[in-house]
Design a protein around this ligand. Sequence first.
Ligand code: NAG
Ligand code: NAG
Ligand code: NAG
Ligand code: NAG
Ligand code: NAG
Ligand code: NAG
Ligand code: NAG
Length: 506
Amino acid sequence: MVQNHRLIIHNGKKLKKLRVSVEEGATAVSVVVPGGGYLMTAKQKILSIIFISFLSCCYIFSISFFSLLESFRKESEDFGPYEPFIAPQCSRISNGTICCDRTGFRSEICIMKGDVRTHSASSSVCLFTSLKNKSKIHEKIKPYTRKWETSVMETVQELNLVYGDENYSVSDDEHNNNICDVFYNVPAVFLSTGGYTGNVYHEFNDGIIPLFITSQHFKKKVVFVIVEYHTWWVMKYGDIVSQLSDYPTVDFNGDKRTHCFKEAIVGLKIHDELTVDSSLMLGNKTIFDFRNVLDRAYLPRIRGLIQDEELETANKTSQSVREDGLKKPKLVILSRNGTREILNENLLVELAEEIGFFVEVLRPDKTTELAKIYKCLNSSDVMIGVHGAAMTHFLFLKPKTVFIQIIPLGTEWAAETYYGEPAKKMRLKYIGYKIKPIESSLYDEYGKDDPIIRDPKSFTRKGWDYTKKIYLERQNVKLDLKRFRKSLSRAYDFSVKRLGPVYSSQ
Ligand SMILES: *[C@@H]1O[C@H](CO)[C@@H](O)[C@H](O)[C@H]1NC(C)=O
Ligand SMILES: *[C@@H]1O[C@H](CO)[C@@H](O)[C@H](O)[C@H]1NC(C)=O
Ligand SMILES: *[C@@H]1O[C@H](CO)[C@@H](O)[C@H](O)[C@H]1NC(C)=O
Ligand SMILES: *[C@@H]1O[C@H](CO)[C@@H](O)[C@H](O)[C@H]1NC(C)=O
Ligand SMILES: *[C@@H]1O[C@H](CO)[C@@H](O)[C@H](O)[C@H]1NC(C)=O
Ligand SMILES: *[C@@H]1O[C@H](CO)[C@@H](O)[C@H](O)[C@H]1NC(C)=O
Ligand SMILES: *[C@@H]1O[C@H](CO)[C@@H](O)[C@H](O)[C@H]1NC(C)=O
């Protein structure tokens, strides 16, 4: 009996089984009471009844205890109102009102509390209220995160946030008094998938990470309403979007129906380049929570990919194992073509293999499935690439792995700001490899004395267009492998140390 007692206290699963037998009635007695036999004395019967009551009490007690724990945990996951984090100026917004926080440098955000209905024909989102207040102000907002760049903001649709009541409809059509065609008992987040999309840096920096920041606290109970809706965007990022929302996305302009919500956030909150600042997040969420979203998003697809591979290569011996049976750290080269190519990439691969890496060269383009890139990088120890949008994929690396960014002439500021700094915040071991003039293809073209080579800053200071035309679009890299070897060896030693004995160094 003492043993049974312990079982109940320590093992929740066993408990359930015991209860079943208790509930099934008298036969249980002979199951539960050890050594009781079929013939029981009156005393034994009383004892066993007491014991069963004791079991039931334990069960009921533990059930209520666990559900208490459960509800306590749920409670503590609920960190209160989100407004102070998403739109601090609107912290005290009351039901039936629209409030905009326009203090952000990168984006503006409006919140609408109450009965929110879309009206795409007039680019409007209406808040219906029976409260009469003539001083209620209509607002306008572009839901994109590059507020300071007027040229790109001009391409983004402006939304009118207006009040409506039973006597006023934004629609001229008398038959359509903003009657809800689709009703959701959850909030909406309005965003644009236009702007600079088509570039993976912008897609993550301006869109996906801000979407995580703005919506994760809704725990998927939220609808994303999109202006400049692109089907390819929804396809490409569907895995991630479905980790943030349980609902299909709404194409604001393509879907003319009136969609109704119980509140709305219009615009996205953004912190800094490719990062999540936990001090600005409800519940102190971090970039690692964002990465966990990616991991969950790609897991099902990656499982499928792995199965396919296993079928294909069942009999091939893996190159990732050394002759002496030890595993090799994996190094991935994110390869570009056209501009900012590594001209001696083949020699770089040879060198890395000689140092002891298992090397994989990845050439992602706009159509490469993100799950495949994630699979490759999530299982790698070192990523190397020349500065450019593809460096955004450092987000797919596991924390504490190595990211070597090759920095061509004139790209130092952009390389550090957009990728180096954010990578360090994600606790990657970041190595910025600034090339020497002689490693640049521009050196052959202009000679060592040309200001383009001698003093890139004098050009990059003049503006992004100069940087782009000279240093980004027309420069390739021929690595000085003697010099680069030092960075590679550092990366190798670091990886082997992190990975432990099965990977140990020669
Ligand atoms: C907010 O106001 C709307 C109508 O304007 C009403 O339907 C809704 O129940 C209100 N919500 C709360 C939480 O008071
Ligand atoms: C709507 O119109 C009716 C009749 O003119 C008026 O009594 C009512 O107060 C109006 N409602 C609002 C919210 O303005
Ligand atoms: C009317 O709205 C203005 C601005 O939103 C607000 O300051 C004022 O208190 C409101 N008045 C009433 C009576 O609700
Ligand atoms: C978040 O961090 C702040 C400051 O580090 C701390 O005071 C607060 O308790 C944390 N909140 C949660 C929910 O962990
Ligand atoms: C990424 O790597 C980690 C650690 O090796 C693993 O647990 C996780 O399942 C991987 N994620 C995916 C989506 O494959
Ligand atoms: C793998 O090897 C086994 C035996 O060596 C062979 O029977 C099988 O057909 C091979 N499978 C593939 C996919 O090549
Ligand atoms: C880039 O690679 C593709 C496919 O490998 C090739 O068709 C294309 O010509 C290359 N572009 C440049 C600019 O080298």
